[in-house]
Ligand binder design. Structure first.
Ligand SMILES: Cc1cc2nc3c(=O)[nH]c(=O)nc-3n(C[C@H](O)[C@H](O)[C@H](O)COP(=O)(O)OP(=O)(O)OC[C@H]3O[C@@H](n4cnc5c(N)ncnc54)[C@H](O)[C@@H]3O)c2cc1C
Length: 404
């Protein structure tokens, strides 16, 4: 082996939430880990609205200083301006996303087995077969060095170079957000639906301090124009914003995430809910499977794609993957909604027991339970059947998603 280059057991590309959390989970082992992050500072720039379901505190030990606010209501706004206010068991956290990314970094940065290479960009990978040891490793090339690794994990987000090199592609949404002071309620999140930004919605998320809110919107096309329309609707002057943020959200369902010596985790694996663009709960769950699988790879000395598929991709698919499919099915329906459909749906929710069902069974991450209840509601069922009969092509799209 080349003596001039450094050798690692695991190389993680991307030092954001997925990369840092995985590194933290693996830090309890003796594995030698490198994390390559292209930015100078961990967690910056922030590209997140920071709303995460209360499952967050079940998945990780959540320090109080990361939680900025909690909301217990959601206001849904139809294109006509019609409003529905829902409240229930879910009380999402509004978090300081920069602090969340730093949380796991600070827990591992002094570990002698772990090296963070900041301001360094992953460029390429090459498989290499070691004849004597009868095993395959990977040579990684970054903007500053070459290193070898037995496992490479792509935690490099929605524009993942690792995923691209593995032949994986996703559709993308473009998001834009401002932080601004305004006269909004501190205890509720607002979602504005509109066929012009049919792939997601416009949002107002209160930080819970000094009347500062995060106001944003995501769509597949024309995001800047849509955001201007949205702010005009809200009578908000973006020149008064404290901060402008933006980013990309992958859009689709779980694709292949296991390859020989390589795993994809987080946005690079499209572990993102198509209904809300939220990825944090999904990737934290995925990271636990990834860590478990990586430890098994070393215990069994098996780094093959079939092994990684068995211990990472399959468990991920059968848990978060199933729920992500449901999110995508819901989004496929919402994407076809016209102003008229929104009116009808809002009317139906207001005049039936559906509001009550959502309050009890609504779950930001796992929508299967609520959907099962809704399908049993005659009013909802007749609305849904009438809607899909008007859109015969939807069946083909459903089939494509369900068989993937
Ligand atoms: C505007 C916006 C709002 C959002 N709001 C929410 C929300 O409210 N709740 C929620 O749950 N989710 C939200 N999300 C989604 C959430 O932010 C992502 O799911 C999450 O950040 C994914 O984490 P990740 O670690 O997989 O990828 P990222 O956070 O994208 O991190 C990827 C990391 O890899 C680094 N990187 C990329 N390429 C390279 C390279 N070649 N070499 C080295 N480093 C590289 C990047 O610098 C970055 O640090 C939002 C996303 C956006 C864009």
């Amino acid at each position: 082996m080349d003596r001039n280059i450094e050798h690692y057991d695991v190389c993680i590309i991307g030092g954001s939430i997925a990369g840092n959390y995985l590194c933290y989970l693996l830090s309890k082992t003796k594995l030698k880990i490198a994390v390559i992050e292209e930015h100078k500072e961990i967690g910056l720039p922030v590209q997140c609205a920071g709303i995460v379901s209360q499952k967050l505190s079940q998945l990780i030990e959540l320090p109080q200083e990361i939680v900025q606010n909690r909301v217990d209501k959601v206001k849904l706004v139809a294109p006509s301006g019609k409003i529905i206010r829902l409240s229930g068991n879910e009380q999402p956290y509004i978090i300081d996303r920069h602090a969340l990314d730093l949380l796991f970094y600070s827990k591992v940065k002094d570990n002698p087995n772990i090296t963070y290479y900041l301001e360094e960009r992953f460029k390429s990978l090459k498989y290499r077969y070691l004849v004597q040891e009868k095993k395959q490793i990977i040579t990684v090339e970054t903007s500053k060095r070459r290193l070898t690794t037995k496992i490479l994990v792509g935690c490099d987000g929605p524009l993942s170079s690792v995923a691209k090199l593995m032949g994986i592609k996703y559709n993308k949404l473009y998001a834009t957000q401002i932080r601004i002071q305004g006269n909004f309620r501190d205890d509720e999140v607002v979602m504005y639906f509109d066929p012009r930004w049919k792939e997601l919605f416009g949002w107002i998320i209160p930080e819970g301090f000094n009347n500062i809110c995060r106001i944003g919107l995501a769509s597949a096309k024309n995001v800047a124009r849509n955001f201007r329309i949205f702010l005009k609707k809200l009578k908000i002057d973006s020149l008064k914003a404290i901060e402008h943020q933006g980013g990309i959200i992958p859009y689709g369902i779980l694709n292949k995430s296991a390859f020989d010596n390589v795993l994809l985790l987080g946005d690079s694996a499209c572990q993102v809910k198509a209904t809300t663009g939220g990825g944090i709960i999904m990737l934290l769950t995925g990271a636990k499977y990834a860590a478990n699988c990586i430890i098994k790879c070393f215990n069994m000395n098996n780094f093959s794609s079939s092994f990684i598929r068995r211990f990472y991709e399959r468990p991920s698919r059968s848990t978060i993957g199933k729920q992500l499919k449901i999110h995508y099915l819901i989004r496929t329906v919402l994407e076809l909604f016209t102003n008229y459909d929104y009116e009808k749906m809002f009317q139906m929710i207001k005049t039936s027991k559906i509001e009550h069902l959502i309050s009890i069974y609504g779950d930001m991450d796992f929508p299967k339970g609520l959907l099962t209840k809704l399908i049993k509601n005659p009013l909802f069922l007749s609305f849904f059947i009438k809607f899909i009969l008007k859109k015969p092509n939807i069946f083909v799209r459903f089939l494509k998603i369900l068989t993937k």
